[in-house]
Each structure stands twice: as C-alpha cells, then as structure tokens.
Design a protein around this ligand. Structure first.
Ligand code: SF4
Ligand code: SF4
Length: 280
C-alpha cells in the first residue's frame, strides 16, 4: 500500500471541559475538506477504540506533524504525559484558556488544594493532584498558543492551515478594542462608564460582549504586551474595588503569567482611605 502523504494531526486533552476540542468538531463545513489535506490520527473526542486508526489510549504512538493540546497540567501523570507528547510531536500548539493559562482550575493556585479536595470529594484521600494548575508552556516548549474560552473556530482553522503550509499563523495579538472599532460598536466604557477588560484582552471573539452592552471579562486572556497599569487605573476609575479588580482577572485565565502583577498594581492604586467593602 502507498504511504499516506498527508501530514498527521493529533489532538490531546488534559484538565479541561473539552469545549476547545468541540470547536474543532463544530467546523462542520470545513472538517471534510480539511481531512483531504491532513490525516487526523489521534483524537479521542471523535474516535472509538473500534474504528480509530490508532488504539484509543491517552498516549498515542506518533510521530505527529502537528499536535493540538487542550487543557492544563494538574497531576503528576499529566507532567509525564505532556513530555511524552512533546517528544512525539514535530509542532505543538496549545488551544484554549486551560492550555495557555491554567484555566478556571488554576484558581487553586491561590488557595489550599487540600481544603478544596475535602469540600468536593467524600473520600479525598483517593484524589492525587498537584497543588497548582499550570499552562502547557510551563512544562514543555510550545510552538504557538491560541487563546480563548473556548477558542474561535476561524482562528483555529487558520492555525492548522498555517502550520500545514509551514508559515506563521495570521492571528494578530491585538486587543478586543480593535474588534469593537471594526464592528462599529460604541465603547461602553467611554459612553457609559462600564468596566471592560477589552483593552488588555486578546482579540478573537469579534467584541461580542460590548456589542450587547456588557463589559468584556477577559475570556480570551491577555493580548500581546497588555498595559496592565493603565487598565487597573481605568477599572478603579470605573468604580471597581481592589478586591474586584483582582477577582475579575482571576477567571478563566487565572494562571496567566501576564496577569501576575495585577494584585500588586491594584493594591498600589488603592485610595488613601478606602471605603469599607460590603461582603459579597
Ligand atoms: S479553554 Fe475554556 S472551553 Fe476550552 S477547555 Fe478550557 S475551560 Fe473549556
Ligand atoms: S468576555 Fe471579552 S473576550 Fe470574551 S467573548 Fe466577551 S468580549 Fe469577547
């Protein structure tokens, strides 16, 4: 039999809700044409042990030309497996807030994991987990990070086709504010004083929330070189307390290294005599 000339694609899952993998499956119109150009050889979300070309395991055999990695690293076994996946992948791209910034589960990084474990599980002694949830790039070299919770399908297809063509993905690092301007949305911060993380958030959603009168809460994670100092100043000007500023950055992208300075910036800019905060 002639060898298959198509490059191979693998999709991997770590700690996540699977939403970013589903984004690939949601590419209904594009998926069949894509399979003319690429051989999807490992993708547990869309395969079964009976009919996949590879045995359906968490490991895969490789080598793969392109690996898409969804989810964050939360167990010692994850650490071992992500190094294995890196070894058998020519290119490795992380997809989504969990894989690029630790995800919602990174809230554990700021708390006591043992306390969480005891609150959630009847027999916490059987749960083996790390104290932190970290992005894939904290463990292995990554060729490209695609942000979003979940990712945007158009950006995902651009990343896959770019890597197959051997070029850099055309995914700009600019902010959601650019997308507001592009779709002609009036800035809700300027017009109504509504706090919005758009100036520091990575584009990709088409400025969805501001278009419906809501402030961006940063689900696409940090843009390239976000000006956090100015952002924190603006949020305070729009009425947010120090506590709320820290909390708004600790949502889907809690372990994002770019957001690391936020607590210090929020504390520095606290008013001399802060009003007492109401408990929430
Ligand atoms: S990035 Fe968001 S949607 Fe994707 S897996 Fe993580 S939590 Fe789910
Ligand atoms: S929160 Fe921000 S990045 Fe997320 S969909 Fe809304 S506007 Fe877009």
């Amino acid at each position: 039999m002639e060898p298959d000339p198509r490059p191979s694609l693998a999709v991997w899952k770590f700690a996540s809700c699977d939403g970013c993998q589903l984004t690939l499956l949601d590419c209904e119109d594009e998926l069949l044409p894509l399979t003319d150009r690429v051989r999807i050889t490992h993708f547990l979300e869309m395969s079964s042990a009976e009919d996949s070309r590879e045995r359906a395991t968490l490991e895969g055999t490789g080598p793969y030309d392109l690996s898409l990695v969804d989810g964050s690293i939360t167990t010692a076994e994850d650490v071992r497996r992500v190094h294995h996946i890196r070894r058998i992948s020519r290119r490795l791209v992380t997809i989504g807030a969990c894989a690029t910034a630790g995800g919602i589960q990174a809230l554990r990084n700021f708390a006591d994991v043992a306390e969480f474990r005891a609150a959630v599980y009847a027999d916490p002694e059987y749960i083996a987990t790390l104290d932190t949830s970290t992005p894939i790039s904290a463990h292995v070299p990554v060729d490209f990070e695609l942000r979003g919770c979940p990712i945007d399908r158009g950006q995902l297809l651009e990343v896959i086709t770019a890597f197959l063509a051997g070029r850099k993905p055309n995914v700009s690092g600019h902010s959601v504010c650019f997308e507001c301007k592009r779709r002609g949305t009036t800035c809700i911060t300027v017009a109504q004083g509504i706090p919005c993380l758009g100036p520091v958030t990575h584009a990709g959603c088409g400025a969805l929330c501001p278009a419906y009168g809501r402030g961006c809460y940063g689900c696409f994670g940090p843009m390239v070189q976000p000006n956090l100092e100015a952002m924190v100043r603006e949020l305070r000007h729009d009425g947010m307390s120090e506590r709320d500023i820290v909390r708004v950055f600790r949502t889907f992208n809690a372990a994002s290294p770019e957001y690391g300075p936020v607590p210090e910036l929020a504390a520095q800019e606290a008013p001399e005599t802060p009003a007492e905060e109401e408990p929430r």
